[in-house]
Design a protein around this ligand. Structure first.
Ligand SMILES: N=c1c2ncn([C@@H]3O[C@H](COP(=O)(O)OP(=O)(O)OP(=O)(O)O)[C@@H](O)[C@H]3O)c2ncn1[C@@H]1O[C@H](COP(=O)(O)O)[C@@H](O)[C@H]1O
Length: 105
């Protein structure tokens, strides 16, 4: 399973009935609810990381990535756009990228 596979599955399930699909239910509830779930799952992943709970960190990371892809779907942003942004950043180091952002503010 790749993130692209999951993105395609989310797009497919978004069109299903909210009674039979969690993805469709989440999309029907609107982007605010989906975004809230990203926040919750991120917090749970952080807690697993700082408490050193490896098993939970794997599970919460999966929840986080899934919910983030649902938010991107709700916002009509293809994953490839995010990957292009990451690609663009490979041209410089993370520290150089951070410095260029600071320079603009
Ligand atoms: N990867 C996931 C995935 N990860 C987490 N979840 C769901 O996310 C929910 C998170 O649980 P929580 O307890 O935080 O939330 P909840 O109390 O159930 O829901 P809320 O009331 O808070 O919204 C659970 O219901 C999980 O089943 C997922 N649901 C679906 N997928 C993928 O999406 C595909 C399509 O799923 P459906 O849309 O349900 O057909 C699946 O085959 C999977 O590949």
């Amino acid at each position: 399973m790749t993130l692209e596979d999951l993105e395609a599955r989310i797009a497919q399930r978004a069109a299903a009935s909210p009674e039979e699909s969690y993805t469709a239910k989440l999309i029907a509830r609107g982007i605010n609810k989906a975004a809230q779930k990203v926040g919750e799952e991120a917090t749970e992943a952080v807690i697993a990381a700082v408490t050193g709970d490896r098993t939970e960190l794997v599970k919460e990371s999966a929840d986080l990535l899934y919910h983030l892809l649902v938010v991107l779907k709700a916002a009509d942003i293809p994953l490839r756009e995010v990957m292009s942004e990451l690609d663009r950043r490979t041209a410089q180091t993370g520290l150089a990228e951070k410095a260029s952002r600071t320079d603009q503010s």
